[in-house]
Design a protein around this ligand. Structure first.
Ligand SMILES: Nc1ncnc2c1ncn2[C@@H]1O[C@H](COP(=O)(O)OP(=O)(O)OP(=O)(O)O)[C@@H](O)[C@H]1O
Length: 309
């Protein structure tokens, strides 16, 4: 199901926290909803889910407002930042209660417990859960009714590296199954690895609606690091093509712009050149994100220094 935001606006008193946001989230891909802290991501997600009323504009999921769906949990599964899980309940009972109220068979409870790696702690009370376990339980709850659309607010918060990798792969597989996946984050580096499509906001305004590939291209970040014992030969083979720029920092290390890792890998394979490393660089993607959002960061260290001076 496609998510559409049309001119979404939210004001609290005289403060506009979301301003005239229009964007579309399509099925089959992971869409990253990016912005610095306080940019308005959670507020926007709450409006998509009908939990906050927009001051202006509206949002639809599959062509209808969220509230108009007959069985919302089957259509949209969500993880929001402020979870309210009864602390005395076990993970299993929390999910069973959700399943009961929404006509979901018990087999789904076992399935999502296994999917989120919580089977072994299913009988433990939620109050003893770590932040990461709580996030996993929130994700299990979002997926309980096998929804076509998944909306997750900062799902990797509190997760260890293994958990972050797990969420990344889970989101990709949900999208590969044809679901619509919208995931918020303030980390460009994480979204570059997880999302295809990016909706970037700052201070409630849309700053970019793009793909990771386009952002990489536009930011000049499309640099691939290659380590090979045959750097001279590979440089000769690649640098003939128009737009390709090859620089080297060490005898066996090349930095290549203007083409991508698959092309470099194939060229090397065709000519029997061994590669010890083939790494797309995303450091300048982070810089592109900071440049884009710089004006709209709510609490800037420099501003605070200025105030103190
Ligand atoms: N109920 C409310 N009343 C007043 N202001 C609010 C309310 N809810 C959110 N805000 C303000 O709206 C702005 C956007 O908040 P929001 O939580 O949507 O941002 P976010 O992008 O999700 O940030 P974070 O990454 O820090 O969670 C913030 O300045 C916040 O203080």
């Amino acid at each position: 199901m496609t998510i559409r935001a049309h001119g979404l606006t939210k004001r609290y008193g005289d403060k506009t926290v979301v301003q005239d946001l229009t964007f579309t989230v399509n099925p089959g891909t992971v869409t990253g909803f990016l912005g610095p802290n306080g940019a308005g991501k959670s507020t926007t997600m709450r409006m998509l889910l009908g939990l906050d009323t927009p001051t202006a504009g509206h949002a639809t999921v599959g062509g209808r407002a969220y509230a108009a769906h007959a069985a919302p949990l089957h259509e949209v599964g969500a993880l929001l930042e402020a979870r309210s899980i009864h602390p005395g309940r076990t993970a299993f009972h929390h999910l069973m209660a959700l399943a009961h109220t929404h006509g979901v068979p018990r087999s789904r409870v076992d399935h999502v417990l296994a999917l989120t790696g919580l089977t072994d702690v299913a009988g433990k009370r939620v109050k003893g859960f770590s932040l990461g376990m709580g996030q996993r339980l929130g994700i299990a709850a979002a997926l309980i009714a096998d929804p076509a659309t998944v909306i997750l607010d900062e799902p990797v918060n509190g997760l260890d590296p293994e958990g972050v990798l797990w969420v990344r792969n889970l989101l990709k597989s949900l999208a590969a199954e044809g679901r619509t996946v919208l995931v918020s984050s303030h980390l460009m580096s994480e979204m570059a690895l997880t999302a295809d499509h990016l909706v970037i906001i700052g201070r409630g305004r849309l700053l970019a609606d793009t793909t990771v590939a386009d952002l990489v291209r536009e930011s000049g970040a499309a640099c691939v690091k290659v380590v090979t014992p045959e750097a001279v030969r590979l440089r000769e083979l690649l640098s003939g093509a128009p737009g390709v720029e090859v620089t080297g920092e060490a005898p066996d290390t090349l930095h290549i712009r203007g083409t991508d890792a698959p092309h470099i890998g194939r060229t090397a394979a065709t000519h029997g050149i061994p590669l010890f490393e083939l790494t797309p660089q995303t450091a300048s993607l982070e810089q592109a994100f900071m440049d884009l959002t710089h004006e709209s960061v709510e609490y800037q260290a420099t501003a605070m220094t200025g105030a103190a001076a």
